[in-house]
Ligand binder design. Structure first.
Ligand code: ADP
Ligand code: MG
Length: 325
């Protein structure tokens, strides 16, 4: 039966939808007390890697979509940051702001099912959170682990390094465009948008091979610019090498390169490495079922020219997504 949850207080919501027996034995005390107690032996002497991200309705996902997909998207996009650090996820918290209207038992059932399904797939478990009233938003904080000195960072790209990306680019932008125009969207594109699979296995494989790494959330050029700024280098991209899926090329024959360069929501990894590591990197990709494509080179800093396309300066018209400014 679908009933509004207005009659349920936050404690009932937590008990009915989020309190579950954890499948991880390192959760000594989970949901229900003032704090979670976690056994740090789970770190195996590795470092704790923490990241957090917030998704807001109508900014990061359309309001009309199924709650299970909202939950999956929230967790997957957060796990993408874990992947970009080369870390393995362990535990996460969920801060949920729920509107009074539209929050039904069916919505909460779908949301929690989607969340737990994806969490189990990636071996991490919900250990706490907060539940309040307001405009729908979801904040997830993830704790993962990675060995000392093996985390993947943005600050360490070097001139002459090759630039690589995983998977295909432009899918997220293509899906969003079709959804917004209320056009038919293929299963593949829908899945890429709502359930962008975090590249956890690839991130782990890339430890000790790459010089820097970032996940592509705001668009390739925008995110590669972060690596360039952090590492004080510039980048030259060969636009003809961008791995854009045939489907996107056919659907958007005039825009696919722009989607690949600037479109957000792809959640692939972009990373740099010396050419000597190329073969090992391609093998690492095969072991984790990811296609890896070399797309350019890191060069010495060209001042404000951060990312160049075949000699063209695109820094002036960066159109990756920015929330402010
Ligand atoms: P407090 O008032 O002490 O902050 P809360 O009522 O916010 O406690 O939370 C009670 C318990 O439920 C805590 O263990 C908290 O971590 C957990 N919790 C609250 N909201 C969520 C949620 N959305 N998902 C998972 N756990 C939650
Ligand atoms: Mg609280």
């Amino acid at each position: 039966m679908v009933v509004s949850v207005l009659s349920m207080d936050e404690f009932e919501i937590i008990k009915n939808y989020f309190k579950r027996e954890s499948f991880r034995s390192d959760v000594l005390l989970g949901i229900g007390d003032d704090g979670a107690v976690l056994d740090l032996k789970a770190l195996d002497n590795e470092n704790l890697v923490m990241s957090t991200d917030t998704l807001v309705e109508n900014v990061h996902f359309p309001s009309s979509i199924n709650a299970g997909l909202i939950a999956k998207r929230a967790l997957c996009t957060n796990l993408s940051d874990t992947a970009a650090m080369g870390a393995v996820p362990l535990w996460f918290t969920l801060s949920l702001t729920l509107p009074e209207e539209n929050t039904t038992t069916a919505w909460l059932t779908d949301f929690s099912q989607g969340l737990f399904e994806e969490a189990e797939k990636f071996g991490c478990t919900l250990v706490g959170g907060d539940t309040v009233r307001g405009h729908l938003s979801i904040t997830i904080t993830i704790c993962g682990k990675a060995p000392d000195k093996e985390v993947l960072k943005r600050t360490t790209a070097e001139p002459n390094d090759m630039i690589f990306v995983s998977g295909t680019l432009g899918d997220g932008r293509a899906a969003l465009s079709l959804i917004q125009q209320k056009k038919c969207v293929s299963e593949r594109l829908l899945y890429r948008f709502y359930c962008p699979q975090p590249m956890i296995d690839l991130g782990v494989e890339l430890r000790n091979l790459v010089s820097s790494c970032i996940d592509i959330s705001d668009g390739l050029v925008s995110d590669l610019t972060h690596i360039c700024n952090a590492s004080k280098v510039s980048a030259v991209l060969d636009v003809s090498k961008l791995p854009v899926h045939e489907e996107v090329k056919q659907l958007f024959p005039d825009d696919f390169a722009e989607f690949g360069l600037y479109g957000g929501d792809d959640y692939q990894l972009c990373f740099t490495a010396p050419e000597s590591e190329k073969a090992k990197i391609i093998n690492a990709g095969m072991r984790s079922n990811s296609r890896i494509t070399p797309i350019g080179r890191i060069v010495k800093s060209m001042g404000s020219n951060k990312v160049m396309l075949e000699g063209m300066d695109v820094n002036e018209n960066i159109s990756g997504y920015r929330h402010f400014g």
